[in-house]
Write a protein that binds this ligand. Structure first.
Ligand code: SF4
Ligand code: SF4
Length: 344
């Protein structure tokens, strides 16, 4: 096994487990993050980097967690059941959710109810108007490591207001930061919404299919139309171009490997580069998911996470696609997934 595969396997183990215990006596160089979006939203998380791989883990107060962070000289190490697991681990800043990006969630409220979604009401967002978000992004751009902007949002009070808000923010930011790439991840229902986002200056777009298995999709995202999302993704490739469109594909809810692989193939053959993601289960979404599935959520092994990422890389290569064309959102961030071409 090569070093890269070994470190990818370790990253997959950390993703599979999802949590890390941090003893109280460790002084952290940056505050812990309480995400308002992404798979760890709602919980406190820490972002670590090792061997050119980033990972965001939920911080646990339970001393009996499988993984523990320890300080070692100027860096950190991760201990697994009392044994050394990873050396030379660093903590990296995510002042605006993702390393080197200002990834901003514009709205925590949502009129929909996807069972995996952890959007919670952080009151401060409701005090933010468009100008304040623009100011926040301009402030973030003063950081020396800043290289991209990404905007996501719940749907509230309706989709067209959110799309207009995102377009206004993009136009304002592009006036002040013309060379900074901007990615957008809103719910899309109509082709015109994609056209407006492109016209406003967005460079990349993520339209989430979320659940690859159609039957599971109906249970987890009952208010959405699977086929319409596929149509919107196709329209997005026409408008943004190949290698500029991505879509979250969440696995670990009882679907087969075959279904995940078939969905990766379906998307890739249309010029879409999927963001392949193991479901993150936590106290906020566990009950909702179990209710939707009418049963327990299966465990997902690190082997399966790696296996699917390897398959994805092969399929992307077949269609002359790569995750490396993306400058914004999850592919370059890499904190939540084994990202083909970055991690393997
Ligand atoms: S539409 Fe998006 S924000 Fe709203 S519940 Fe579904 S995943 Fe969450
Ligand atoms: S991989 Fe995506 S969801 Fe996860 S922290 Fe990075 S930007 Fe957020």
């Amino acid at each position: 096994m090569t070093d890269q595969k070994d470190s990818a396997r370790k990253k997959a183990e950390l993703i599979s487990n999802g949590k890390i215990y941090i003893p109280n006596d460790i002084k952290l160089p940056y505050p812990l993050e309480r995400s308002t979006a992404g798979p760890g939203s709602g919980s406190l998380s820490i972002t670590l980097t090792f061997e050119n791989k980033n990972i965001k883990l939920e911080v646990s107060k339970n001393q009996n967690e499988l993984f523990t962070l320890q300080k070692k000289h100027d860096t950190y190490r991760i201990i697994k059941r009392g044994e050394n697991f990873l050396e030379d681990v660093k903590i990296i800043p995510t002042a605006f959710h993702a390393p080197r990006q200002a990834f901003i969630n514009l709205e925590n409220r949502c009129i929909y109810n996807c069972a995996f979604c952890n959007l919670s009401e952080h009151r401060f967002l409701q005090n933010y108007d468009k100008d304040k978000f623009v100011d926040l992004i301009i402030k973030a751009s003063n950081r020396s490591d800043f290289c991209a902007v990404a905007l996501t949002s719940g749907v509230y009070p309706n989709s067209s207001e959110i799309i207009n808000k995102i377009c206004d923010i993009i136009q304002n930011v592009k006036e002040k930061l013309p060379d900074i790439p901007i990615g957008v991840e809103p719910c899309i229902f109509k082709r015109e919404e994609i056209v407006s986002l492109k016209k406003a200056g967005a460079d990349e777009i993520k339209i989430n299919l979320q659940i690859p298995d159609k039957d599971l999709f109906e249970k987890i995202c009952p208010e959405f139309d699977y086929d319409n999302i596929l149509h919107m993704l196709e329209a997005a490739v026409e408008i943004f171009g190949k290698g500029k469109v991505t879509s979250n594909i969440i696995f670990g809810l009882g679907e087969s490997d075959e279904t995940v692989i078939k969905t990766i193939e379906t998307l890739s053959s249309r010029g879409i580069v999927p963001t392949l993601r193991k479901i993150r289960v936590n106290k906020d979404n566990k009950k909702k998911l179990e209710k939707a599935l009418s049963g327990k959520i299966p465990d997902t092994s690190s082997e399966r996470i790696l296996h699917l990422a390897v398959k994805q890389k092969k399929i992307l290569k077949k269609y002359n696609l790569t995750t490396k064309t993306f400058k914004t959102m999850c592919h370059p961030c890499g904190c939540c997934d084994i990202v083909s071409f970055w991690d393997i």
